[in-house]
Design a protein around this ligand. Structure first.
Ligand SMILES: *Cc1c(COP(=O)(O)O)cnc(C)c1O
Length: 396
């Protein structure tokens, strides 16, 4: 387990400028106070259940199970949440915490726009000001999400530095937080960044495995053999793993975006190709060039397109408790089409990475084994890009 300094083995920590120290200490103290506060937890549970649509279904994918001919497959349907992904679990928790801390303004980074839209949604609901930093490249690729955030009352600031993508948006949001900590909370979108973010985000996403455990006991009266999820920064995956970490017979599998392959430079598979480093306030594995600079990463999936991985995953990898596997664009696109056809569920292209690996391993398992796959989001947002990948041009 992590210790109180936010370490996961050698990973994690707080590699931040002096100017941010007060902000993270204030956040840690507030979180330690509210995480066990019954009123806070009641309010958050009400938001989950009444607003976000929790608990999400644990769906037995009968046709997929029969078709693959091996383990019994269940899908944890985070795609059915309000705003269409697991991101809302974390955002509602952090926004409520910020409000309790007396903050009136949320800032956030976003890549594809999913976390930005979720944060803008929570800000609208809780009556807070909201500013979202987004790489300029991403604002062009995701114009619809930029419109959504503005519609929800948020300001979107295009970030022009570096490669003008997600990592630059994170850097800019951290800079902004440093200059304005009095009224502002930085609502970070994944299990990354300096302590206490990896712990806070994990705890809010752990609702996923808490529900899976309860639901699978109800349906099967036993624990699953495998739980798996896609990994960008790793928030939906750690949420899926968390309450199973102590259950040593449950195999944990994280699926990383290999892009065009881990033997190419166009990849975002951090565990397969990265090295130990320090970036965005944490020690973990990062994709780096030969000089140790953060390497440009690529995946068809904008949500997995981050050059690092959360420190708790780095540690679960080091200890061998979880396994991390690379999945290519091609495999993910095939799985995207397969799940749509087979179960009538269009998964996010991120989630399709986990489906793709399940398609590889499920046939080798006996029929009495159980695999649970988290569908982190819905795939409507990806249809135009997948059509383009298949050489078809459709209007978004
Ligand atoms: C953001 C996102 C991801 C990747 O983020 P994690 O922190 O790794 O979960 C995966 N799936 C969807 C649908 C997303 O929106």
């Amino acid at each position: 387990m992590s210790n109180s300094k936010g370490r996961f083995g050698v990973h994690g920590g707080q590699y931040i400028p002096e100017t941010l120290m007060n902000a993270v200490i204030e956040l840690e103290e507030a979180y330690n106070h509210y995480k066990d506060d019954p009123v806070f937890n009641k309010e958050l549970t009400d938001l989950y259940n009444e607003y976000a649509g929790r608990p999400s279904c644990l769906y037995y994918a009968k046709k997929m199970t029969r078709d693959l001919g091996g383990a019994k497959i269940y899908l944890k349907r985070e795609d059915l949440n309000h705003t269409g992904s697991h991101k809302i679990n974390n955002v509602l928790g952090q926004a409520l915490l910020a409000k309790k801390m007396g903050k009136t303004r949320l800032i956030a980074e976003t890549g594809a726009g999913q976390h930005g839209v979720a944060t803008a949604t929570a800000a609208a609901l809780l009556g807070m000001e909201c500013v979202v930093f987004m790489g300029e490249e991403d604002t062009k690729r995701q114009a619809l999400n930029v419109y959504r955030m503005r519609l929800l009352g948020s300001q979107v600031i295009p970030v022009k530095t570096g490669t003008a993508t997600l990592k630059d948006a994170v850097s800019e949001a951290m800079r902004e937080w440093t200059s304005r900590i009095n009224d502002t909370h930085y609502c970070l979108g994944s299990v990354m960044g300096p302590h206490p973010f990896p712990t806070i985000v994990r705890d809010f996403q752990a609702v996923i495995s808490r529900e899976i455990k309860h639901q699978i006991m109800e349906k099967e009266a036993r624990l699953p053999d495998v739980v798996m999820a896609c990994v960008g920064g790793g928030s939906n995956a750690i949420g899926t793993f968390y309450h199973f970490i102590e259950d040593k017979n449950v195999k944990l599998i994280g699926c990383e975006a290999a892009g065009r392959g881990i033997d190419t430079f166009e990849t975002a598979a951090t565990i397969s190709t990265g090295r130990l480093g320090i970036f965005h306030g944490m020690k973990s594995y990062f994709c780096q060039d030969k000089y140790g600079q953060i390497a440009p990463v690529y995946s068809i999936s904008a949500g997995l397109d981050y050059p690092g991985i959360g420190p708790e995953h780095a540690w679960l990898h080091d200890t061998g408790r979880a396994e991390y596997v690379p999945v290519t664009d091609e495999e993910a696109v095939n799985a995207f089409e397969y799940l749509s056809r087979t179960e009538g569920i269009i998964p996010a292209i991120e989630s399709a990475h986990a489906i793709a690996h399940a398609m590889k391993i499920a046939p080798a398992y006996d029929k009495d084994k159980i695999i649970v796959i988290t569908i982190s989001g819905r795939g409507d947002k990806d249809c135009a890009a997948i059509a383009r990948y298949r050489g078809e041009d459709i209007y978004e």
